[in-house]
Design a protein around this ligand. Structure first.
Ligand code: THU
Length: 161
């Protein structure tokens, strides 16, 4: 039998983070205000620190035609690609606020966003470190988004790279 496993860090709260990580998570929490999520009542905020020191944010943007909605992570990746072409993402914090439940534990990116994050890692040739948390509670740190998508379909499969 083969096994896939990966390690991640779980800390009790934002207080256990470095000042830089805590600031980034604070920005992800704050930007949930700008989500447009009238259908789900689930506001997601994402904030990325780039290698040039800039911070870029994203929020989910829903639509009356539900599948048209886009997640915070992919809005953020588009913002990074347009505002800072060629720049790498060092860390990406993701948080949320919900009409229906407490925001007291981490969420992790949906499958489609994992694929999008992986593509960004490939194109920028750098791991994206994920910092995942609710408004309160434990914080999960994953050293590279690719760890969340084993056996992924990548540019390599297309024979290019
Ligand atoms: N959503 C995100 O923005 N990111 C995630 O990682 C999970 C889900 C959004 C999509 C939709 O607008 C709402 O959260 C509920 O699924």
């Amino acid at each position: 039998m083969e096994h896939y496993q990966f390690s991640y860090e779980l800390v009790d709260s934002i207080d256990a983070l470095t000042a830089a990580d805590a600031a980034l998570l604070g920005k992800a929490r704050a930007v949930t205000e700008l989500a447009y999520a009238p259908y789900s009542g689930f506001n997601v905020g994402a904030a990325a620190l780039l290698t040039n020191g800039a911070v870029v944010q994203g929020t989910n943007q829903e639509n009356a035609s539900y599948p048209v909605g886009i997640c915070a992570e992919r809005v953020l990746l588009g913002n990074v690609a347009m505002q800072y072409p060629g720049e790498k993402i060092v860390s990406l914090a993701i948080s949320y606020r919900s009409d229906k439940r407490a925001s007291d534990q981490p969420i992790s990116p949906c499958g489609m966003c994992r694929q999008a994050l992986l593509e960004f890692e490939h194109r920028s040739e750098a791991p994206i470190r994920l910092i995942l948390a609710g408004e309160t509670g434990q914080v999960m740190i994953v050293e590279s988004a690719r760890l969340l998508l084993p056996f992924a379909f990548t540019p390599r499969e297309l024979g290019g790279q």
